[in-house]
Ligand binder design. Sequence first.
Ligand code: LLP
Length: 421
Amino acid sequence: MNYPYHYKNGRLFCEEVDIAEAAENMETPFYLYSSREIRHSCQIIREAGSPYHFKPFYALKANYNPALLKLIREEGFGADIVSGGELYFARRAGFVPEEIVFAGVGKTEQELRAALKEEIASINIESEAELLLLSRIAANLKQKTAIAIRINPDIDAQTHEYISTGLHSNKFGVDAESAMQLYRMAAADPWLEPEGIHMHIGSQIENGQPYVDAARFLLNFIERLAAEGIRISTVDLGGGIGINYEDPFEKPEKARTFTQHILNDYLAVFKNRSLKLFLEVGRSVVGSAGVLISRVIYTKTTPAKHFTIVDAAMNNLIRPSLYRAHHPIAAVRKETTAPVVTTDVVGPVCETGDFLARERALPALKEGDLIAVGGAGAYGQSLASLYNLRPMVAEYLVDGSSIRKISPALTPEELADRFEW
Ligand code: LLP
């Protein structure tokens, strides 16, 4: 299937929607998502899993907009949550408890209690203290619960250090020896059912090797457990499959290159094993489906640099500032005659770290022009803030030739109403 963002006569379209035309009636900046692309990403994941006993779970943290959640649920995904807030959104979006898994190093008593009461598919334990607390709550409520222990394999996922999670220096999971201890404790606990094992080694992983190493590590560990009489039925493989942040507008064939390869390699390690496989993916479901549309406010040249100042900023999309992430940027209307300039695309926020791109060669943009920032469907709006009292922007969903608002902007006026004056 073709990538939904494409140019027609120099105008950028999302599916059949002419973005510049649609934007005439909208305030910028805004997020725009393609339903078709989300469905397509879901399909790639489902197909890779089809030879196995496989269930994909969508990590809400990537984007929790209810319209997207419903779409992804309809595609047969469960929900991967990390907080009481995400549990609430998942349930309201119609995910049934049996299709919800809960990870996170710092689940509070209140959150564990809520998850227990809902009887979700698995609570993924990340420390001895958490196991003891859950055991107490379960005994108290007289309710059994399925758990997995999140194991930290000490494998380098070869990604940005802030989103690498499978090294012993990271806060996540427990090392193999401690995990063994926790399984023994859980197996002896009348309220805990250690059915699963969990691992998540990081995010934006572009190479299959760390996954294959991690999978072998898991299999080996499962055999050690079996030797002690502890039988695991479910392996939660985590998520983290990267998307290609190279320019998808000019090179659409590159927009989603990693998912299939990585999943094929990862899952193949479990061939011929009678294990249920869970996958918790966020970015690879929604990342390539979204763009952030923004308008140029000014351009400015200093003795050192050229700046393109746009109305979106780090409060809307923090990935470039936080991880030095590269996001493709394209003009919504391509001027073939425009000279190429090397420019920093920056927002109005009062921080030097507020940029969407640095030293980027782009056709010269002028005041009022619209730009599309690609790969913005995941960890864009979900990491947005109201910093500098800038609004959290509206989101729109395209399906074919229709476009609808799926969340309004959150304005400073609405925020102000929550305070006492
Ligand atoms: N499972 C667990 C336990 C996780 O911690 C995460 C992401 C996922 C699944 C989903 O990972 P994904 O498939 O989306 O890579 N804000 C960062 C990404 C943080 C990821 C946190 N955990 C970014 O913008 O790159």
